[in-house]
Design a protein around this ligand. Sequence first.
Ligand SMILES: [Zn+2]
Ligand SMILES: [Zn+2]
Length: 284
Amino acid sequence: MRIDLHTHSNASDGTDTPAELVRKAAADGLDVVALTDHDTTSGWAEAVEALPDGLSLVRGMEMSCVGLGEDGWPVPVHLLAYLFDPADRGFAEERERLRAERVERLRAMAERMREDGLPIDPDAVLDSAGASAGRPHLARALVEAGVVPDVGSAFTRLLAPSGPYYVDKADTPLRRAVEMIASAGGVSVLAHTRARKRGRLLAVDDIRELAELGLGGLEVDHPDHAEPDREVLAGLAAELGLLTTGSSDYHGANKTIRLGEFTTDPAQFEELVGKATGVPVIVR
Ligand SMILES: [Zn+2]
Ligand SMILES: [Zn+2]
């Protein structure tokens, strides 16, 4: 059984449509794939519709949250949410709040640029952004307008948190997110929580508290995790009774990682499915 529990379609920042993604997953020999776009379930229906024979689909989402860093300051954290009921009222309202907030934030950054005389049209940026608006959309607009040579320099020069156009995000507090996912019948798994190259790390004490609030598991095998950090996470999962996952965090052509490059142990997957009461795994 080959199980990949973390992938992105173009419903967020991947490049494959949800239908292309599930077809590729089947062609690449996966048995189970989870679709986990950032802060949206908008790709679910298309993935279900296109699901090929022999492939099982786990409907999920990767939620942008804020936790407590090792240094005591707030730190952005990604939380995977699996098999939750999308109609659960509290959780649905929070997703809608986040969606609206992302659009407002992107508009505010684009407006500041236009006020400074940069050739950026906020309406055009928002039109290009779709369901999960974010800085990458603005970065691409800056490249197209010839303001910067590439997306990387857009981030380092203009879109960094210390940069002139950055606007803070109002992401969900991690503890609240864990509780909301649990009450929507879902299972929460902390994504790439020791990915040092992404920045500061979540405090281990915070993970212990989350386990008490209903956190389901830790993503251990991930392309951005070094071997010693995988061991730390596996040890922590064993100590706290959390399940462990392994996943590619596939983004299509936006990253070099392949579908199924890291996978989840079937017994761990079975445990995850056993904990969920929101929506079932779809089996074809
Ligand atoms: Zn992530
Ligand atoms: Zn991801």
